[in-house]
Design a protein around this ligand. Structure first.
Ligand code: PLP
Length: 374
């Protein structure tokens, strides 16, 4: 169904005119001073160094202007630019990989293009042709191909970003915008080993609310999480985002979650929160994993929110097999512990997840299958 909807959306996109927003108009201005490409990228934080060129497409006077791939440079922005005040900014994150055959491939870029377009609509930013953007990003990656690192777990992280720039203080649809795509070499986020993470949950702090914009990749969803993430860092943990009176488990940090357990009926079941309520980002890794495990057909798969109470009880009864996070940056990361502050002022409870006993736990199998495809 996802694929059919995507195909329809793309077909519809190709019927509409988007001015000069077309790969055939792409100009290339090479940098006069290419930077040295680092040989060892282990330990580089995400987006800490960028490649030589970026793709830039400006939207002015209600029209997309000709796209250009040019040297990465600071942008000039008016102090009244809407993005600096009201945050009309959206982004995506996808990766290109160098295969063992030395070919470079991007992982499901059409999904990122569709999600960016969905975010653009919600943020009242200009619509664009997803097929053409994908094409132009491929052109950028082709130009920057020497930057796509070799080695398992390494990739070129691609960051499209669209934001409103017109200099006027009205809270209104931006009439000017910029779409910029940069690339950065990137290694495995939690190092080369299989390193579990901890999560910190306090129902007082929420990330998204029903009817809000939690399911869109908008900058405004991320800035408010930083101060809470600092609190979580005191426990060397990432934030686990709960929602509502039931304390639904929604997602964590910047990744989606899967719980693999024996349910109260004794069935093996994989649970992941649903994308239907707008509370979580509809992750592309999540979608890929759901597709895989449905093909495997080895256990029950349910899209619903597990509650904190259920998880606490299931851990106490030894029914939880694994709890893991999934996303483009982390791919798959096991969770070892939740530090849970159930009520304000109360001390925290620690919920420890068992070390998987199987030599090939589900999280690892999923990780190897996804990275194998990549
Ligand atoms: N949830 C949030 C809030 C995110 O920022 C991300 C990262 O993009 C994800 C989940 C995982 O999504 P994806 O698998 O598309 O990277």
């Amino acid at each position: 169904l996802t694929q059919t909807l995507l195909a329809l959306q793309l077909r519809r996109a190709s019927d509409v005119s988007y001015g000069k927003f077309h790969a055939k108009n792409l100009k290339f201005v090479p940098t006069p001073s290419p930077k040295p490409i680092p040989e060892d990228i282990s330990g580089l934080a995400i987006g800490s160094i960028e490649t030589d060129h970026m793709l830039q497409i400006d939207y002015t006077n209600g029209e997309w202007q000709a796209p250009v791939i040019r040297p990465v440079e600071p942008l000039t922005i008016h102090p009244l630019a809407k993005v600096l005040h009201y945050c009309p900014t959206i982004f995506e994150g996808l990766k290109a990989f160098r295969g063992v055959d030395n070919k470079i491939r991007m992982f499901r870029p059409e999904m990122n293009m569709a999600r960016l377009r969905r975010s653009a609509r919600r943020a009242a930013l200009p619509d664009f042709c997803p097929l053409q953007l994908e094409q132009m990003i491929k052109d950028l990656v082709r130009i920057e191909q020497a930057w796509v690192p070799k080695g398992e777990g390494n990739s070129l992280y691609i960051r499209p970003n669209l934001f409103g720039t017109d200099a006027s203080l009205g809270v209104a649809r931006p009439l000017e915008a910029k779409l910029v795509v940069t690339c950065s070499p990137f290694g495995p986020i939690y190092g080369s080993g299989w390193n579990p993470i901890k999560l910190f949950a306090n129902p007082k702090h929420i990330r998204a609310a029903p009817g809000g914009v939690g399911s869109f990749k908008m900058g405004c969803n991320y800035a408010p999480t930083v101060a809470i993430t600092d609190k979580a860092a005191a426990y060397t943990a990432q934030c686990l985002w709960l929602s509502g009176e039931q304390q639904w488990i929604t997602e964590a940090g910047a990744f989606n979650l899967f719980l693999y357990w024996k349910n109260t009926k004794g069935e093996l079941e994989l649970i992941t929160p649903p994308t239907t309520d707008g509370l979580i980002l509809p992750g592309i890794t999540r979608d890929s994993i759901l597709t895989l495990v449905k093909e495997w057909g080895e256990f029950k798969i349910t899209e619903r929110y597990p509650t904190m109470k259920e998880v606490k009880e299931a851990v106490a009864e030894g029914r939880v097999i694994e709890f893991f996070g999934v996303g483009t940056a982390v791919v798959v990361v096991p969770v070892s512990q939740i530090v849970y502050q159930e009520k304000a002022g109360e001390s925290s409870v620690v919920i420890d997840f068992p070390e998987p006993t199987d030599t090939m736990p589900l999280s690892k199998r999923v990780h190897e299958t996804i990275t194998g495809i990549q």
